[in-house]
Write a protein that binds this ligand. Structure first.
Ligand SMILES: *Cc1c(COP(=O)(O)O)cnc(C)c1O
Length: 448
């Protein structure tokens, strides 16, 4: 527990200007409510902390590793479980062992580091989200699904032989945090088998996906989240998972595989780049918190609370007059900034403008998911190809904020939405080629 920093408007104006109007450059002690990410930002339970006291930090074969491995093995059916320090290390190792240059990785949506790890191998990362995902306002229950018809066309078409893996992201983080149905995973599994293509899960939010299946998919009403999660893992040939989300940990990850030969190749890279096969870059302390976290995260009471929290935040936004991507999931809500700020063109970066206003008015930090992040820029940093939507993501750290904090966010949103035309647009002053959004600098644009 740490006290919430309270700042004045003047301090926030100074800090945001110093940060080049980029939330990644803001010092965390100048942020009151931090919705930048739900990754590694949750609070540990007393049982996690109690287990951490038992950490075994011996180099090889530590007890902490076996407790971690057993806890993972209760959820996944894979005989090979390789520890890594976080999800992207697992991606780099798994894809490096699985894909050859020129191949295609096809997904419902690749997460940004996942895409980078595919492209760094000289492969193509192809996203085939289902058509329902394009309608932000519809209440379709599984907008994280892959487009099965498009996937089948790809596999049977001229490029079918080049598909090196099918990767399903659960929940679909890059696609508005929407869940994937078991029916969709089953169909993908059948297609993958028929075409002899490996089927992997990017399982960062496997428990949140399982919960939404019990809530929304016919036939799963009486399943436990653990049973659904296990059934999802059983449909795939393996997985890579960041444990900074549903591991309820600050760091950690693993690769799970059926195939012994593939696992052996991955293990060599785990040892060369991460650490010995019984810690993979994690401490005994982390592996203990994970062993316990993986038990807590599938508890229905925990998941139900998380669903209520996200729904409550979405309601706060709606009653403030701000639309969100529907239906709300669990790890984040996505504000429709484009609709709230019609006086700004995509080139004024309305999502970014709303993010900055949340900070200036309330000390709330959020991240844009719109043209600033996804759009195409010319040499003068002007927008030439806008993103399809201008969104702001409010990612909710696990077990950190309560309803009074979320009500406060609602009040700040309401004060912005009362006079949205007061919100200025922004202009980019500095944009490097690589990992643009982390390094951007901007300034408020002169009013037109
Ligand atoms: C966070 C995340 C990753 C990367 O994991 P890290 O632990 O941050 O390296 C990969 N895929 C998805 C869907 C994620 O949310």
């Amino acid at each position: 527990m740490r006290p919430i920093p309270i700042t004045t408007r003047e301090e926030r104006e100074r800090e945001l200007s110093r940060a080049g109007y980029n939330p990644f450059n803001i010092q965390a002690d100048k942020v009151s409510i931090d919705f930048m990410s739900d990754s590694g930002t949750g609070a540990l339970s007393i049982d996690q902390q109690a287990w951490a006291q038992r950490a075994d930090e011996r180099y090889a074969g530590a007890e902490s590793f076996y407790r971690f491995r057993d806890s993972v093995a209760d959820l996944v059916p894979y005989p090979h479980i390789l520890p890594v320090h976080q999800g992207r290390a697992g991606e780099r190792i798994l894809f490096g062992a699985l894909l050859k240059s020129g191949q295609i990785s096809v997904s419902n949506t690749h997460f940004d580091t996942t895409r980078a790890n595919v492209e760094l191998l000289g492969c193509q990362a192809l996203d085939l989200p289902c058509p329902q995902a394009a309608d932000l306002d519809s209440d379709d229950p599984f907008k994280g699904d892959i487009d099965l018809e498009a996937l089948e066309r790809l596999l049977t078409g001229y490029a079918g032989g080049r598909v090196g893996q099918i990767l399903m992201t659960i929940t679909n983080n890059g696609g508005g945090g929407q869940p994937v149905s078991m029916a969709n995973l089953r169909a993908v599994s059948e297609l993958a088998r028929r075409h002899g293509v490996p089927f992997m899960l990017d399982a960062a939010r496997f428990a949140e996906n399982a919960w939404l299946v019990t809530r929304r998919e016919e036939g799963y009403e009486n399943w436990t989240p653990r049973e659904v999660a296990r059934a999802a893992f059983e449909l795939a040939d393996g997985c890579v998972a960041s444990l900074k989300k549903d591991g309820l940990s600050h760091v950690g990850g693993f690769i799970g595989l059926h195939d012994t030969e593939l696992a052996t190749r991955c293990e060599a890279h785990v040892i060369a780049g991460e650490g010995f096969r019984t810690y993979g870059g994690m401490t005994g302390h982390t592996m203990e918190t994970l062993a316990q976290g993986l038990r807590e995260v599938v508890e229905p009471s925990y998941l139900a609370d998380r669903e209520r929290e996200a729904a409550f935040l979405a309601e706060q936004a709606h009653s403030a007059g701000v639309d969100t991507v529907r239906p709300s999931g669990l790890h984040a809500i996505y504000l429709n900034a484009g609709r709230l700020l019609p006086h700004l063109r995509p080139g004024d970066f309305p999502g970014h403008a709303l993010g900055c206003q949340l900070y200036l008015e309330g000390g709330i930090r959020a991240v844009e998911l719109g043209s600033l992040y996804l759009g195409g820029l010319d040499d003068d940093h002007a927008l030439v190809s806008p993103a399809p939507y201008e969104l702001v993501r409010l990612a909710i750290p696990r077990r950190v904020y309560d309803h009074s904090h979320l009500e406060y966010v609602g009040d700040v949103l309401a004060s912005i939405a009362k006079e949205p035309e007061r919100v200025p647009g922004y202009r980019i002053t500095h944009a490097p080629e690589l990992l643009r959004h982390f390094h951007l600098r901007l300034e408020p644009a002169a009013r037109r």
